[in-house]
Design a protein around this ligand. Structure first.
Ligand code: ARG
Length: 463
């Protein structure tokens, strides 16, 4: 911090060093929070008699004026002043002589930690709202297509029938956990470092409780060394953000597959797809692909910060300045991914017929047939074997299990032929509806009634 005056240094920083260490081009994002912290700090200094009432008023007025200029884009940031804190302090002191007293009992170390926590609180509040929006869109789409049945997959092989709403609600659940993790991170970040000074507090009788109240923090840090060295709260945010990214990426992947010609279950609205410069017929799901791709950035930022922190001795080290770019980029990436995903999902057009066609193969009810045999007294392993043999026989004779005769079933499981036939009888849609309804007794299973109950509950919760 050479530029603040003569003091310790006789020569200016080397230009390469100054450029290398400068952060004002990215940490000016913290300006509003820095000003808020300064107002609270000045008010507290007034209360404990370090500043006169007039000085406090002049400082606060000066800070307010600066905020207006910043909001209007008129504030002149100076590269020569290294970071946001020094820019704001210098500008204040130019306007208000008492500004020179503002840094009493304060260091940029507790200042930056405070700014970041204040910033994070607002950021997370917005992220949680963006998650809510995406959840609402998913629930809305589930409602709209609540009759649509499609295959549920394991190993990307058709497994059992589910409803489309059930599939979407799986993501609503994931996002709900993300929402909780972000809230959790915000709550743990809700501790005020200000008053910890450079690392060892102050000999002045700072009233930290007063500053805390003014800034609206839940509590005060209890160890000055931890307070200036700690970036756990950012790691937790990055971890939560990375996991949201992973969930969005999985959703994106499902939708990319489902909107391919191979599946054909749905397609994105034109506004969320792009054409090909070469192939005129293309309708590419670029937004979903970008969301999937950007999750890599979110994961990377988490690893970056962990790596920055891992070898640092207590307390503050300049390495910590590297926290900001990854956290800011993560925050922007997270927010835009959530917003674009919500809009893209909202644009989906569903082809119920294609879904039904894909789920119509009677083999998807093989497990249901085995369940019926179990209800009639067969041990599950035996039932599994019987139905497996039926599937093989059907395959070998070039037919499907719903076309096997009662005699074939009888030969595989005496006395059970009619049961198997009952499950497999009727049109695909009828038997699928029956199969889903048969799940209504199991909490969490995709029966129409069970899914409807979930949709209703989510709607209420997300209102
Ligand atoms: N720009 C610095 C950062 O973000 C502020 C703290 C500087 N403190 C110091 N002792 N050099 O980390």
């Amino acid at each position: 911090m050479r530029s603040a005056g003569k003091g310790r240094f006789s020569s200016p920083a080397d230009p390469k060093a100054a450029k290398f260490s400068r952060s004002v081009h990215f940490d000016q994002r913290l300006a509003r929070y820095d000003l808020r912290g300064s107002r609270a700090h000045a008010t507290m200094l007034g209360r404990i008699g370090v500043l006169t009432r007039k000085e406090v008023a002049a400082i606060v007025r000066g800070l307010d004026g600066m905020e207006r200029e910043i909001v209007a884009g008129k504030f002149r940031w100076k590269d020569s002043l290294e970071d946001v804190h020094m820019n704001l302090e210098a500008a204040l002191t130019e306007r208000v002589p008492a500004g020179a007293k503002l840094h009493t009992g304060r260091s940029r170390n507790d200042q930056v930690a405070t700014d970041l926590r204040l910033w994070l609180r607002d950021q997370i509040a917005g992220d949680r709202e963006a998650i809510r929006t995406l959840q609402r869109v998913l629930v809305g789409l589930g409602e709209k297509h609540r009759e649509v049945i499609l295959p549920g997959y394991t190993h990307l092989q058709r497994g059992q029938p589910v409803t489309l709403a059930h599939h979407f609600l799986a993501y609503v659940e994931m996002l709900e956990r993300d929402h909780g993790r972000l809230l959790d991170a915000a709550q743990r970040a809700d501790v005020m470092p200000l008053g910890s000074g450079a690392l060892a507090g102050s000999t002045l009788k700072l009233n930290r409780e007063m500053t805390r109240k003014l800034l609206g923090f839940g509590s005060i840090s209890k160890n000055s060394m931890d307070a200036v060295a700690d970036r756990d709260f950012l790691v937790e945010y990055l971890a939560a953000a990375a996991l949201v990214g992973v969930h969005l990426s999985r959703l994106a992947e499902d939708l990319i597959l489902f909107s391919s010609a191979e599946f054909g279950f749905m397609r994105f609205g034109e506004a969320f797809t792009t054409g090909s410069s070469l192939m005129p017929q293309k309708r590419n799901p670029d937004m979903a692909e970008l969301v999937r791709g950007k999750s890599g950035r979110l994961m990377g930022h988490l690893v970056s910060l962990l790596t920055v922190l891992k070898g640092l001795p207590l307390t503050y080290n300049r390495d910590l300045q590297e926290d900001k770019e990854c956290v800011f980029d993560a925050a922007d990436t997270l927010r835009s991914s959530l917003e674009v995903m919500a809009a893209a999902v909202d644009s989906l057009e569903v082809d119920a017929g294609a879904c039904l066609y894909a789920v119509s193969a009677p083999e998807l009810l093989a497990t249901d047939v085995a369940d019926a045999l179990v209800r009639a007294g067969l041990p599950f392993r035996k039932a599994h074997q019987v139905v497996g043999a039926a599937v093989r026989q059907a395959e070998e004779s070039g037919t499907r299990i719903d076309r096997l005769s009662e005699q074939v079933w009888e030969s595989l499981a005496p006395g059970m032929g009619r049961l198997a036939e009952e499950i497999l009888a009727g049109s695909p849609l009828m038997r699928l509806k029956k199969a889903l309804q048969a799940r209504s007794a199991v909490v969490g299973a995709p029966s129409f009634s069970g899914v409807q109950k979930e949709l209703t509950q989510w709607k209420k919760r997300l209102r």
